[in-house]
Design a protein around this ligand. Structure first.
Ligand SMILES: *Cc1c(COP(=O)(O)O)cnc(C)c1O
Length: 238
């Protein structure tokens, strides 16, 4: 699977891990406080297999059909990948997502949460989720608006088979990762306020991608979603 020129996956992974450790140290934490999710969308199952062999365990996918096909072709591999769903989920796809992903990062609507709650297979005790916040108030992006977040969180917490663990957010796109920093700080503040309001811990902050994961970690990310820096440019989807 390795390319003929440039660093291979193992080298890119080592580079990202070093940058995670350095950024974590700058925020008074250690690398083990930050989960690296390798975003494998558009990359073949073989790329995931190669990453697993390098010790990378967490993978993020955006599209339900692509993700399920990849899971199927990797069924039984050891170690088993931990799958994260990081794309928009239509309410009618809740049944395909529930119980098949360790963490669903993108709940932004109570009907979706209810669908996950209802369609979770009996064998799976609960579905862990994050609430996605539309940090830049961009109409083309998913996510709940700040004002609606407390009410959504309270409603999600009523669902017996859903475990709310925290928040996920994506700033508007900037060439310079520094420009994303205030958005990350804002997501952390929203999380802190929500913890106080709900009286429970929301330990997970999913924020930061290839261009800005160091700033995200410095602002408190516990989980980063990195695609291009690990796998190289995404192949064009046909
Ligand atoms: C594609 C994607 C990523 C990874 O983006 P890179 O810039 O390639 O690191 C992270 N999060 C979400 C939600 C994505 O859709």
């Amino acid at each position: 699977m390795s390319t003929t020129d440039g660093p291979d996956f193992a080298e890119r992974l080592a580079g990202v891990r070093q940058r995670i450790a350095d950024a974590a140290a700058r925020s008074g934490r250690t690398a083990s406080d930050v989960t690296l999710v390798a975003v494998s969308k558009f990359h073949p199952a073989g790329a995931v297999r190669e990453a697993l062999a390098c010790g990378q365990l967490d993978f993020g996918e955006n599209y339900v059909q692509e993700a399920l096909a990849k899971q199927e072709s990797l069924a039984g591999v050891s170690p088993a990948p931990h799958w994260h769903f990081i794309g928009h989920v239509q309410t009618n796809k809740a049944k395909d997502v529930a119980g098949r992903f360790e963490l669903v990062h993108t709940v932004d609507d109570i009907r979706l949460a209810e669908g996950l709650n209802r369609r979770l297979p009996e064998a799976v005790p609960f579905q862990k989720v994050l609430l996605q916040v539309n940090l830049g108030h961009e109409p083309q992006k998913s996510g709940v608006e700040d004002e609606a977040l407390p009410q959504l969180a309270e409603a999600v917490m009523q669902l017996p088979r859903i475990r709310l663990l925290g928040l996920m957010g994506m700033p508007p796109f900037f060439d310079d990762g520094e420009a994303a920093r205030p958005y990350f700080a804002h997501l952390r503040e929203l999380r802190d306020a929500l913890e106080t309001r709900l009286g429970c811990a929301l330990p997970v902050l999913s924020m930061g991608m290839s261009g800005d994961f160091e700033q995200a970690i410095e602002e408190g990310a516990t989980l980063i979603r990195v695609g291009t820096t690990l796998f190289g440019p995404r192949p064009v989807k046909n």
